[in-house]
Design a protein around this ligand. Structure first.
Ligand SMILES: C[S@@+](CC[C@H](N)C(=O)[O-])C[C@H]1O[C@@H](n2cnc3c(N)ncnc32)[C@H](O)[C@@H]1O
Length: 195
């Protein structure tokens, strides 16, 4: 219910009426390969659907920083994951390098997101993608969900061009047709070939 309320209040920033489904999360994380990661960042954690799945898959001694800009979602995340090894940060994904520096990290292995790319201004897309490319270490990967039916929109095409200008490898994963609306994930790495 909280997702519907926040969507009605700020549709473009919330980006969805419901949290990501288990099918989409599997499509995102199966190829993000977080099982071998040491430092993982999640952008736009919402109510924690992907956060929970990340914690289940990451090695026990790996750490997770989850960023969320909506104060209602942030408060829920803090309560929900109070006992877990996740640092929940109330900040925009644009500030990723500064947030990592405050947490004592320069680089991370994985950045995972379900941000509403197609409804955010191009300048914000650009700042966030630049920030992600800046903090990914050698062999690092960025994986993000994208709504299949919006993939041909101007915002989505601009976003895909941005990915190609920052990453050597940009790959579209399989489409999850069971989801309404159907989703797929982009998997990106700095090197020209997948690591
Ligand atoms: C489509 S929802 C996904 C939520 C959750 N990750 C999930 O998959 O269920 C997008 C989330 O990104 C958050 N968000 C939007 N812009 C953001 C930004 N610039 N920085 C951090 N979070 C942002 C929204 O508040 C919302 O919680």
């Amino acid at each position: 219910m909280v997702f519907v309320v926040e969507f009605l209040r700020a549709p473009r920033r919330t980006g969805a009426l419901t949290p990501s489904s288990p099918w989409s999360i599997r499509a995102l994380l199966d190829e993000a390969e977080v099982t071998r990661a040491r430092h993982v960042v999640e952008l736009g954690a919402g109510t924690g659907a992907i956060t929970k799945a990340l914690l289940e898959r990451m090695p026990p001694d790996a750490n997770l920083i989850s960023m969320e800009v909506n104060p209602v979602f942030f408060a829920r995340l803090e309560r929900r994951f109070a006992a877990d090894r996740v640092t929940v940060v109330s900040d925009s994904a644009e500030d990723l390098p500064q947030v990592l520096a405050e947490q004592g990290f320069d680089t991370v292995d994985r950045v995972v997101s379900a941000l509403p790319w197609t409804t955010m201004p191009h300048s914000e897309q650009e700042r966030i993608v630049t920030a992600i490319a800046k903090v990914l270490g050698d062999g690092g990967r960025f994986s993000t969900l994208m709504c299949r039916h919006r993939a041909a929109s101007a915002g989505a095409r601009r976003f895909e061009r941005l990915l190609h200008s920052h990453f050597g490898t940009v790959r579209r994963g399989r489409t999850v047709w069971a989801e309404i609306p159907p989703m797929f994930a982009y998997h990106c790495s700095l090197s020209a070939r997948p690591d």
